[in-house]
Design a protein around this ligand. Structure first.
Ligand SMILES: Nc1ncnc2c1ncn2[C@@H]1O[C@H](COP(=O)(O)OP(=O)(O)OP(=O)(O)O)[C@@H](O)[C@H]1O
Ligand SMILES: O=C(O)C1=C[C@@H](O)[C@@H](O)[C@H](O)C1
Length: 317
């Protein structure tokens, strides 16, 4: 597998002026460069490093923490197109129920942008809670870059999957690298980060995530187990079992993890409860919620009021 990210600049249309040249993070591994236009390929993990200080896990190189938005996606992956259906979510053919819903999301996110003032959004939640799915939609409407911290760890370590990192090294090794990735990301701006499901268990990770807005996607365990059983557990080493019914196995492991993690997710600035959204919609069925329904909740202007207060507490929406 080729290590590296394909980076592409985009019109930001928001925030402070563009800086050319680029700054480097203390450790360097991700290079988001050239706000002026040219796409830049960055060395990440093993091989293909171009400049930048090297960290134990790779090199995060930040070109423009305060300036232009850049679209960053794994080489070869397709851009996210929020107005088009790519998958079926809980019976929905579309990510959005309607064009109106998509426009509502756009409007809400514009309001939130003002209050975010460049700060990153960190999505936290259990495996399968939709951090990547919702995060990509959020980044698209905000004009932010999207990162999946699990993928950054894979690239930094130079291995194709988290499962392999757990197997060849250890969970502790993965966690150390996860913390390094979060530390690096915390020096950047205008990112939506889908964090690993277990990132919440290390207090130091909260130190990094508190530089931005942390949002907990709180999804009932039953819904999580259904989603995970649908795609299989092979990519999720903490859930993978050699045998047994995938739903039952996923449910029992997730319940155990949820218990172990206790209130760790509740450290997030904002809790987005799918049960509460479904109940607001009057159907009480979280599987009917599209990722856009959830992204709208993340974008509610009420969230922005948090930034108007110096001391704020977690708010459930
Ligand atoms: N609102 C939704 N309704 C139904 N399925 C969903 C919804 N959001 C995400 N999914 C599906 O659930 C699965 C997990 O989603 P996703 O990868 O976004 O979660 P995640 O929190 O990033 O997971 P992980 O931390 O394990 O990487 C995917 O198969 C995705 O298509
Ligand atoms: O909940 C967890 O501990 C994990 C979640 C995934 O995102 C990966 O970070 C890894 O599989 C561990």
């Amino acid at each position: 597998m080729e290590a590296g990210l394909a980076l592409q600049t985009r019109a930001a249309g928001f925030g402070s002026g563009r800086r050319r040249g680029g700054l480097q993070s203390p450790i360097g591994s991700l290079r988001v460069a050239d706000p002026a236009g040219a796409a830049v390929a960055a060395g990440f993990g093993s091989g293909r490093r171009r400049g930048g200080l090297q960290s134990p896990i790779g090199s995060l190189r930040v070109a423009d923490p305060a300036g232009a938005a850049v679209a960053v996606r794994a080489r070869g992956s397709k851009p996210v197109a929020p107005l088009r259906a790519k998958k079926s979510f809980g019976g929905h053919e579309n990510l959005h129920n309607s064009v109106d819903e998509a426009l509502l999301l756009k409007r809400k996110s514009e309001e939130v942008l003002f209050y975010l003032n460049g700060r990153c959004i960190y999505l936290v939640g259990m495996m399968g809670s939709g951090k990547s799915t919702v995060g990509k939609i959020m980044s698209e409407v905000l004009g932010y870059s999207f990162f999946d911290s699990d993928k950054l760890v894979e690239q930094a370590v130079g291995m194709p999957s988290v499962a392999q990192i757990f197997k060849v090294h250890s969970e502790a090794f993965f966690r150390d690298n996860e913390s390094s990735v979060l530390r690096d990301l915390s020096s950047m701006q205008r990112l939506v980060v889908a964090t690993g499901g277990g990132a919440v268990i290390r207090p130091v990770n909260w130190k990094y995530m508190k530089k931005g807005l942390s949002v907990w996607l709180d999804v009932p365990l039953d819904a999580l187990a259904r989603r995970i059983a649908k795609v299989g557990t092979a990519s999720r080493p903490l859930l993978d079992q050699p045998s047994g019914d995938p739903y039952t196995m996923a449910f029992s492991k997730l319940s155990m993890l949820a218990e172990q993690r206790g209130d760790a997710y509740a450290n997030a600035d904002v809790r987005v409860s799918l049960e509460e959204i479904a109940s607001k919609q009057g159907h009480h069925d979280v599987s009917k919620l599209t990722p856009t329904d959830i992204a709208i909740e993340v974008s509610l202007p009420r969230i922005s009021f948090l930034f108007l207060r110096t001391n704020y507490h977690q708010t459930a929406f």
